[in-house]
Design a protein around this ligand. Structure first.
Ligand SMILES: Cc1cc2nc3c(=O)[nH]c(=O)nc-3n(C[C@H](O)[C@H](O)[C@H](O)COP(=O)(O)OP(=O)(O)OC[C@H]3O[C@@H](n4cnc5c(N)ncnc54)[C@H](O)[C@@H]3O)c2cc1C
Length: 335
């Protein structure tokens, strides 16, 4: 098994390339148009910041995956917590006593870690800004290997492309989630700590807040705006953030700069024939069982790293099983 094509550059794709390299399997990552996928960074003042809020929920598999690839994110200074729409504390979440999974942010941002790691791996090559137009699997008739041919492919549910098996185009369903976020850099005289807050309920403008101390008493506040909040002007949302910090942390914020972002999160689900899918060397993280291959399951399984990497040993087994199938070869057409 050699040279696996990996589509996209979300942490899912990048982590898989490192896992393959540990198994001495080489891969080529076709990064797509937005490096990092949903974990993509943007610049605000001189800081590289995530465009949306991020948290690692705990799973034994994700912890083991991080241990295996040598990634160790800092813990939150204050444990992540849930509040209601009146800002009352409800409970803690996203961590457990054995876990150190915390803040995927700034200095220990997972995307920066993965890219540095990949740079030092001989087995991984990176094709930046490259979009795959078509992925074509054909049964191998003789031993000849065509150019641009890969022995297997890892694609994620965030990849949009045309897929052909034995010259038949495979249909797909898709679903778009629009994520609206607001990043604020603020000054605060009182010390503010790193934290992740999830707000429950319908009558609230904000859904999640990530607070990250920066240099010189500055603070990055990254917010995910709720469906309700999208109907309001940004000034109103900023007022909401200020009152939330005042009530929860007794912190007065002076806003220095802000930036609003909209991220289009597409999910794709291809309608394979189960027998065929088992034969082709195509691995789709989150799609473990082809019988379960429907949009609801795809969305549930592919939306959280703790779920996607919930069982490390099974991932390694599935990867080897699936990609070592030699009945098909794969050609790719680049846009
Ligand atoms: C705003 C947001 C915040 C999130 N926060 C968290 C979080 O805190 N914790 C968590 O565990 N999960 C989080 N998630 C869930 C997230 O979906 C997963 O963590 C993970 O990013 C899914 O990876 P993916 O590759 O399926 O999709 P995406 O992250 O969407 O990445 C898709 C990638 O594929 C590329 N691509 C698409 N089509 C092609 C093509 N034809 N050719 C080449 N490249 C292509 C894109 O450019 C992109 O790089 C978040 C999701 C969103 C939208």
């Amino acid at each position: 098994m050699n040279n696996i094509a990996i589509i996209g550059s979300s942490p899912v794709s990048l982590i898989y390339s490192i896992l393959l390299s540990k198994l001495k399997i080489s891969s080529t990552i076709f990064c797509g148009h937005n490096f990092g996928g949903s974990w993509k960074n943007s610049k605000l003042l001189n800081y590289e910041i995530p465009i949306s809020t991020h948290i690692f929920m705990h799973s034994n598999g994700l912890k083991k995956t991080f241990d295996e690839i040598g990634y160790s994110p800092n813990n939150w200074a204050i444990k992540p917590f849930l509040i209601d729409n009146q800002y009352n504390f409800l409970s803690n979440f996203g961590n457990n006593n054995h876990s150190r999974l915390g803040a995927p942010i700034l200095n220990d941002c997972i995307i920066n870690f993965l890219i540095n790691k990949i740079k030092n791996e001989k087995n991984i090559s990176l094709k930046k800004n490259t979009i795959i137009d078509k992925l074509i699997f054909n049964k191998i008739k003789d031993n000849s290997n065509s150019q641009n041919s890969f022995s297997g492919v890892i694609m994620t549910c965030g990849n949009r492309l045309e897929l052909f098996i034995d010259e038949k185009k495979i249909d797909y369903e898709s679903k778009l989630f629009e994520v609206h976020s607001l990043s604020i850099i603020a000054f605060s005289k009182n010390e503010a700590k790193s934290c992740f807050i999830h707000i429950e309920g319908d009558n609230t403008l904000l859904r999640e807040i990530q607070s990250i101390p920066l240099r010189k008493d500055n603070l990055l506040i990254n917010c995910k705006i709720s469906k309700l909040g999208r109907g309001f002007f940004i000034d109103k949302i900023i007022e909401e953030v200020k009152s939330l910090f005042k009530k929860l942390f007794k912190v007065d914020l002076e806003i220095i700069k802000f930036q609003s972002n909209i991220y289009n999160n597409w999910r794709f689900c291809y309608s394979f024939d189960a027998n065929r899918f088992n034969e082709i060397p195509l691995l789709i993280p989150g799609v473990n069982n082809i019988k379960d291959n429907n949009m609801r399951h795809i969305i549930k399984n592919s939306q959280d790293l703790s779920k996607l990497f919930s069982d490390y040993d099974l991932i390694i087994k599935n990867t080897l099983d699936k990609l070592s199938n030699k009945k098909y070869d794969c050609r790719i057409k680049i846009k």
